[in-house]
Write a protein that binds this ligand. Structure first.
Ligand SMILES: [Zn+2]
Length: 258
């Protein structure tokens, strides 16, 4: 995998402003610009607590990245060991690993499993080091993870481990947060960027529906279809995914004429 060259890093850092001006009223900014970065290929890692989280949270955006030729990796913190009390942890893990691999195939992503256990994820110094090393080995240009203000403890852990890895890396990659099940899981989430997923909506749906153990039809009809439409409404397109671009510095806007 290639690392970003200095000019590409500058491009990634500066595109929010550049595209904000170029598209005038469009809310679609930095991530959207990255998809069209045809000068060199990017590596994007999406960290999720459970199989299905990356697909439901940002499957459309990741489908657009992989279709454009960029390298997409899904890092699953666990294998979904705890989803069914009637099954053993290993039976559940096997089932959900298979679903994740199938969905990754649909979205053009490479699955990696980070070895924590569903329902018992740990936030500690050693787990922070593990995540930092794992992400370092992927050498990502962009990393997306759970917004840590979330009712599910595993989502909190995934988000915070990733944020700490970003700090440990010297903030070498661009960090984004995504939302899942907003209202019941993700809370207090206000996107700073939107990506148009209208053209890949069916592909994302197919990846989501690969997670049959999660009753995806009900999840889609009651939550994700509405979220995609609402984020699309905010961005002025049919369907979109919203993200928070986490920045290490406050950007002070300049006021014209002063
Ligand atoms: Zn989850």
């Amino acid at each position: 995998m290639k690392k970003a060259t200095a000019p590409r890093r500058e491009f990634l850092k500066n595109t929010t402003i550049a595209f904000g001006m170029a598209t005038n009223f469009s809310a679609i900014q930095n991530l959207e610009a990255g998809i069209r970065a045809d000068s060199s290929k990017l590596t994007i890692a999406c960290v999720g607590a459970h199989p299905g989280d990356p697909e439901f949270g940002c499957g459309g955006t990741m489908a657009r990245y992989s279709t454009a030729g960029h390298h997409v990796v899904f890092v699953y913190l666990t294998r979904g060991e705890a989803f069914d009390p009637a099954k053993s942890a290993s039976e559940s893990a096997t089932l959900r690993t298979r679903e994740a691999e199938k969905s990754c195939g649909v979205l053009g992503a490479t699955p990696i499993f980070a070895g924590q256990v569903d329902g018992a994820t740990i936030l500690s110094r050693s787990k922070e080091d593990e995540m930092a090393k794992l992400l370092e080995s992927i050498r990502p240009d962009i990393v997306l993870t759970h917004w840590p203000i979330d009712s599910h403890p595993d989502h909190q852990v995934a988000g915070l481990l990733t944020m700490t890895a970003w700090i440990k890396s010297g903030k070498k990659f661009e960090l984004y947060f995504y939302e899942v099940n907003t209202g019941s899981e993700t809370m207090a989430f206000t996107p700073s960027e939107w990506v148009d997923i209208t053209s890949v909506r069916e592909k994302k749906k197919s990846a989501m529906f690969g997670h049959q153990t999660q009753s995806p039809e009900k999840l889609y009809d009651t939550l994700f279809k509405t979220m995609e439409g609402f984020r699309g409404f905010e961005a002025g397109v049919e369907a979109a995914e919203g993200f928070v671009h986490f920045r290490s510095k406050t950007i002070v806007a300049s006021i014209q004429g002063t």
